[in-house]
Ligand binder design. Structure first.
Ligand code: ZN
Length: 434
């Protein structure tokens, strides 16, 4: 069977050319057609014709989530309403929802990007793709569906339903690919084990995203389900939705579709580029988006570029998994720490379960204290807790250069949700009575 390819080929020079052309088109389009962007560029004293090279992106002003909320419900709009065929919205956990509009071309571009993801994950048209993420205003369900149909595999659109229905579909339809959030994948893996379904299902691949997850958690999901590959899929409503890149079979980072957007990694405090390979905030600029183009949009997500070419041979550039939110970055005894750094340390220690929490307290003597609660791995005995806690504390001290008190808790005792799990609990202001 021949599989159509959605993966373009280009040299690094050709990619630079594609990006520059796209950047010039976007800046010009936004300036001409979006009152928001025109005003912002005028305030900043920059004109579209000043964008002559990719480095000129640094002349452009930033766009923030605040700008989207202030201009609710049609922020950044750069096309007349008759060209808008759909909207999607983020969940709006803080303040107003972010609503983003799409033209038919935006939807088609998104479908192509998503089809590329399924191609990168090595699917064929005979794969059966069970979609366990939410449909509706959220971009996830409909995005997976769109990409799956464009690619040509069979979509099984279950949505975030009960584990009963999911298990039934996994068995009856012999689903080969499961798409969900990371915590949902863990819940389902545990459900498959509890029901003894491992030998009755045909699951080969799991694509999951929407939240950070540890290496430990991936191993657990893989052990329980027997899936050969797990792929991390990043995505945000502002940038189409999920499908703008995918982890490849080499499992060393995420290839992103650099012919559709430019990714800058900036220091969240100075907004200057970090050296290649260092952690910073993802800032994105779209190259073809019509209805709501993004110009230097601050995502608040932290990651790093992986400058080396990938073992898998795919020419698209890579970034690391999302390592946290720049808002989650906390300062402990004058050290800036991202939760992803702690997760990274934990993932390299045997005997640690998949869940953890970071608690910060202010002691009466004026010192701050960090307590890390870590689940014991399911097969590990309580007697070894003291030793395990000491091993973790040492690894944290060695890698992050801070002291932490480690508390080992029972496997399954920390909350599992199918939403983004909260990891950092800062009690320091409460303790001060502020
Ligand atoms: Zn690769």
């Amino acid at each position: 069977m021949t599989v159509a390819t959605f993966m373009p080929t280009f040299s690094p020079q050709e990619l630079v050319h594609i990006q520059l052309r796209g950047l010039q088109w976007t800046v010009n389009h936004a300036y001409q057609n979006s009152s928001f962007y025109r005003k912002r560029m005028e305030e900043h004293g920059v004109k579209p014709e000043q964008i002559k090279s990719l480095d000129d992106i640094r002349r452009l002003p930033f766009t923030t989530a605040d700008d989207l909320q202030k201009n609710y419900p049609f922020p950044l709009r750069a096309v007349p309403f008759e060209k808008i065929v759909r909207i999607h919205a983020s969940s709006g956990t803080t303040g107003k929802r972010k609503i983003l509009a799409y033209t038919q071309k935006d939807i088609d571009d998104w479908a192509i990007m998503f089809a590329r993801c399924f191609e990168m994950a090595g699917l064929t048209k005979t794969d059966r793709v069970q979609i366990a993420v939410g449909y509706g205003l959220w971009t996830a369900g409909v995005g997976f569906q769109l990409g799956c149909e464009r690619f040509g595999a069979m979509a099984v659109p279950v949505g975030p339903s009960s584990s009963e229905i999911h298990c039934q579909m996994l068995v009856d339809l012999q689903t080969t690919v499961f798409c969900s959030t990371a915590s949902m994948a863990l819940l389902m893996a545990e459900e498959i084990e509890r029901r003894g379904l491992r030998e009755k299902i045909a699951l080969k691949k799991i694509i999951f995203g929407a939240e950070r997850h540890s290496r430990r958690m991936r191993q657990r999901v893989q052990e329980l389900t027997g899936a050969e590959h797990l792929f991390d899929i990043p995505g945000m409503t502002e940038l189409y939705g999920p499908g703008t890149g995918l982890e490849c079979m080499a499992h060393e980072g995420i290839h992103y579709w650099a012919d559709f957007y430019i990714l800058e990694i900036l220091d969240p405090n100075t907004l200057e580029p970090v050296p290649p390979g260092e952690i910073g905030e993802m800032v994105v600029t779209t190259l073809r988006k019509e209805a709501a183009p993004l110009i230097r949009y601050r995502t608040r997500d932290l990651t790093r570029l992986i400058p080396e070419p990938c073992k898998c041979g795919n020419p698209f550039p890579r970034h690391d998994h999302i390592l946290g939110r720049s808002d989650d970055m906390f300062t402990f005894r004058a050290v800036n720490i991202y939760p992803g750094q702690i997760e990274h340390v934990l993932s390299r220690i045997e005997g640690v379960g998949s869940e953890y929490q970071i608690h910060l307290y202010h002691r009466e003597d004026g010192r701050d204290v960090m307590v890390i609660k870590v689940e014991r791995a399911p097969n590990r005995r309580v007697e070894g807790d003291g030793e395990l806690a000491e091993m973790i504390a040492q690894a944290i001290r060695r890698n992050i250069l801070v002291r932490a008190n480690v508390e080992i808790v029972d496997y399954g005792s920390l909350p599992r949700t199918d939403r983004k799990s909260k990891r950092v609990f800062d009690h320091r202001n409460l303790d001060n009575g502020n």
